[in-house]
Design a protein around this ligand. Structure first.
Ligand code: NAD
Length: 244
C-alpha cells in the first residue's frame, strides 16, 4: 500500500528537476498525479506512467489556474494534494534588475503559488481535507545574492503562513520547503555554477549538494497523512548550510 494511495495530486513544474522527481515518487506511492508545466514536455512524460497525466499550465495565469483546478476536480472527483513547485531563477545583479524583471519573477514565483492556492484550496475546503506544499528556497531566509529571486521566495514563505491560517479550519494544511542548492537543470544553468558548487560543498556541514530526491521525500511526508497535525511549518533542506 502506497503512502499516497488514491490521492489526487497536482505538481506544478512537473517536467523537470525537483518537480519531475516529486511526480515519480508520488506516482510510485499510489497517487494519481497531474504534472502541470508550461513546458510541453510534461504531457509527453505523462505517457510513460499510467498514473501520471500531463497538463499545460502557466502558473502566472489566474485564468489557466481556474481551468486546471476545475478540470482536475471534474475528471478525478477531488484534489487532495497541491505541490507549488514551478519556478524560475535569475543571476541578475541588483543594479541590472528593472521593473519588468521584478514583475516576471514575482508573477511566476509569487503569484503562481498564490493563484494555485486560490483556485485549489476551495475544492479541498469543500472536502474538509487537503495538503498544500509550497517550494520556497533557503534564499528566502539568507539572501545569498539572488536579489529578486530571494524576494519572490520570501513571498512564498509569507503567503504559505497566511494560507495555513486561512484554510486550517477547513481541514487544509499548508507547509513550506526551503531547499538549499539542489542538482537540477535550474542550478546547472547558472554560469557561476562550478565555482559556486565547490564553495557550497565546502561550506555545507553535510558536505554535499542536495538531490531532487531529498526534496521529494520531504514533500511526500507533508503530502501524506503522516503529517496530519502539521500546518504552517517550514522545513529547511540544505545540509545545514543556513544553520551556521
Ligand atoms: P527546473 O528549472 O529544473 O524546473 C522548473 C520547472 O518549472 C520546469 O519544468 C519549468 O518548465 C517549470 N516552469 C517555469 N515557469 C513556469 C510557469 N510559468 N508555469 C508553469 N511551469 C513553469 O528547476 P528546479 O531546480 O527543479 O526548481 C524547482 C523549484 O525549486 C523552483 O521553485 C525553484 O525555485 C525551487 N528551488 C530550487 C533550488 C535548486 O537549487 N534547484 C533551490 C531552492 C529552491
Amino acid at each position: 500500500m502506497g503512502r499516497l494511495e488514491n490521492k489526487v495530486a497536482i505538481i506544478t513544474g512537473g517536467a523537470s528537476g525537483i518537480g519531475e522527481q516529486i511526480v515519480d515518487l508520488f506516482s510510485k506511492e499510489g497517487a494519481i498525479v497531474i504534472a502541470a508545466d508550461i513546458n510541453e514536455e510534461a504531457p509527453k512524460k505523462a505517457e510513460q506512467n499510467e498514473n501520471v497525466y500531463g497538463i499545460k499550465l502557466n502558473v502566472a495565469s489566474d485564468e489557466e489556474w481556474e481551468n486546471v483546478a476545475k478540470e482536475v476536480k471534474d475528471r478525478f472527483g477531488k484534489i487532495d494534494v497541491l505541490v507549488n513547485n514551478a519556478g524560475i531563477s535569475s543571476e541578475k545583479t541588483y543594479q541590472d534588475i528593472n521593473l519588468e524583471d521584478w514583475q516576471k519573477m514575482l508573477a511566476i514565483n509569487g503569484f503562481g503559488p498564490f493563484a494555485g492556492i486560490k483556485h485549489v484550496a476551495p475544492y479541498m475546503a469543500e472536502q474538509k481535507s487537503g495538503s498544500i506544499v509550497n517550494i520556497s528556497s533557503y534564499t528566502a531566509q539568507i539572501g545569498q545574492g539572488f536579489n529578486h529571486y530571494s524576494a519572490s521566495k520570501g513571498a512564498v514563505r509569507a503567503l504559505s503562513k497566511a494560507a495555513a491560517t486561512q484554510f486550517g479550519r477547513s481541514g487544509v494544511r499548508v507547509n513550506t520547503l526551503f531547499p538549499g542548492v539542489i542538482e537540477t537543470p535550474m542550478t546547472q544553468a547558472l554560469t557561476q555554477y562550478q565555482e559556486l558548487l565547490n564553495q557550497l560543498i565546502q561550506a555545507t556541514p553535510l558536505q554535499r549538494l542536495g538531490k531532487p530526491q531529498d526534496i521529494a521525500q520531504a514533500a511526500l511526508f507533508l503530502a501524506s497523512e503522516e503529517s496530519s497535525y502539521i500546518t504552517g511549518a517550514e522545513i529547511v533542506i540544505d545540509g545545514g548550510f543556513s544553520a551556521q
